[in-house]
Design a protein around this ligand. Sequence first.
Ligand code: PLP
Length: 499
Amino acid sequence: METDIITPEIKEKDSRKILDRIRDDFLGLNTKYRIANGEITRRIYLDSTASTLMMGIAHRTSEKFLQHYSNTHSLMHFSAKIATKTYAWVHERMLAFVHADPQYYTCFFTGSGTTSGMNRIARIFSHLQPKKDVVLVSIMEHHSNDLPHRKHGGHVIHIPVDTHESKMGCVDMDLLEHYLQEYEGRVNYVSITGISNVTGIINPINEVAKLAHHYGAYIVVDAAQMAAHVPIHMSGHTDSAMDVDALIFSGHKTYAPGSPGVVIARKDLISKIEPEEVGGGMVDRVFPERYYVKNEFPDREEAGTPNILGAITLGAAIDVLDQIGMKNVLDEDTHLTHYCMEEMLSIPEVVIYGSTDTRFRAGTISFNIKQLNHGLVAAILNDYFNIAVRNECFCAHPYVEKMLELTHRIQIYEARAKNNTNWHTEPWMGMVRVSFGIYNTPSDVDHFIHALKDIISKQDEYASHYTINDNGDYEHQTFQFSCNEYFSLSQNVKDELKH
Ligand SMILES: Cc1ncc(COP(=O)(O)O)c(C=O)c1O
């Protein structure tokens, strides 16, 4: 295998230049839409926590690769050699990216983002230790790092978050230890997010690993948000108890839409059981009455034809991120998040959820404007300012509900008493979230802050243009947006066929 994975010396030297060179090279940075006042303006994309924009280099690399496209699992013809070797290189690239020693860890790709990887890991770990029936997750988890464990992992216990002001919304490490002690011998694994998709709070994953291991539990990390923002060290710690057993992330949040979920896990653990998914590519020999699973990683974990193009696209994006250096990526991120946070904190009508200490946050700020529903604010930001944000509960209902106690304590208790299962029927239930990628700039933040101030000063006027529909969404009464005006798949095909 030709290996040209970069070394730390090269990183420091050129990182700044690379970041400056690629910052503007993302697909969709110049997308324009007509807004409610009739002007056509550039979209400001502040929704990277949901999905990042595509990195130009990753896009062009995948296009180049398509000239050689072929299925993998063969070294016979020229294109198969290129596809197979490149796909193998990408696996190694992922391991290097998260500092997982290839001697002990393997990387394999799964279907739909982090969710599929997490379901797989939950099934693997529950088969590994069927007698251990408890899984600890924090209350701050995305549903994708909660429900898979409820369904496959066992009895899930949610660790509460800290509610002291300085650590508001962070995982309560004392309580984590308390539960590990209380259920010692029964906890199969602890599964925790690296960064919250609601507050952007960064968790000390290696400290959590140490605690979990001390009490005989494994540690799984949901790195869906962490991968694009913070350096990750799965292994290589002087204290090996700080090493992480399994970690999962998604390409679509790491500048490579269309790519698969990534699982990185200890080989010694997953080799103890038969792979969860079976089919072509993961077997040595198949007879009508029996089959023999391959010993080699990652093949044994990747049944079927993989998402080769997606993995290669992600490989290119990760390679660029590592050449910038994830420490530099984090520094940039902290800078921008801090700037935005300070500006928001200076507006008395804005409430920010979670600790506002930006040393422990990356890329995400969720907030509300007092007396205004999140849906209305998000709609105005979109319709009048062309600022793309996300609102509601971000697939993290328990955490959002806990954080909302800051502003909506009474409504929360009343809603709980009603046992209301549909969040949409309570238009106050939720937050607005702004989030950043490496393409965002202080000028994007300025635009956003200007919009917030404008919304606050003219809130009645803006509100008078909207009604709430049956889904709980705010709809402008006169301004209509036509998707087909900007993109129609069938029209595109027609146009292509005409030429
Ligand atoms: C922290 C976190 N975990 C898991 C997921 C699920 O990721 P995916 O949509 O790639 O399955 C998300 C998506 O927003 C997330 O933010």
